[in-house]
Design a protein around this ligand. Sequence first.
Ligand code: FNR
Length: 187
Amino acid sequence: DPHPIAVIVGSLRKGSYNRLVAQALIQLAQPALQLRLLEIGKLPLYNQDLEGGDLTPPQPWTDFREALRPMHGVIFVTPEYNRGVPAALKNAIDVGSRPYGAAAWTGKPAAIISASPGAMGGFGANHQLRQSLVFLDMPPLQQPECYLSHIDKAFGPDGQLGDERLRGLLQKLLRTFEHWVECHHGH
Ligand code: FNR
């Protein structure tokens, strides 16, 4: 059976380059990986006052956690905001990490892609995100590293990936990630 893999995009804007990268990944994925976009834009900001005890947590939190739980892995595709992880993505990480002791992320292998029109390819966000994955016990794929610079030049007007080298890199990441998921799933 194919491995269900969540793809989470750290940008909320419609024309997002990171979303285009995520869509390219979905098109390129081999049959062994079943990639699904998990949306994070409607998650209320995490607030500990909204759950615990007799409280029913906000429905979007519960839906997100339940969508995440059966996944065998997670691929993050994110921009960098002020050299760090965009707030929307950090919020999704926090929402999925609770209730304490029952995080929906635990043990899932992860891959991180960062993309920017700039020259550094979102390196800062990419590595800041890795810091949270340590605590969440999500083994992060190390290679190939994917800091996608000048991403505004990679797509044609139709939104299709025109950059052959980038396509090769994404295919390599997908193949390596399949192996990574096989290594960790059920262990
Ligand atoms: C940015 N941008 C940006 N780019 C970068 O390479 N490093 C950075 O630290 C920042 N900081 C930053 C902060 C904020 C608040 C915004 C709105 C933008 C530019 C960013 O890379 C660019 O807008 C991308 O196009 C965002 O990714 P999406 O939305 O195209 O996926």
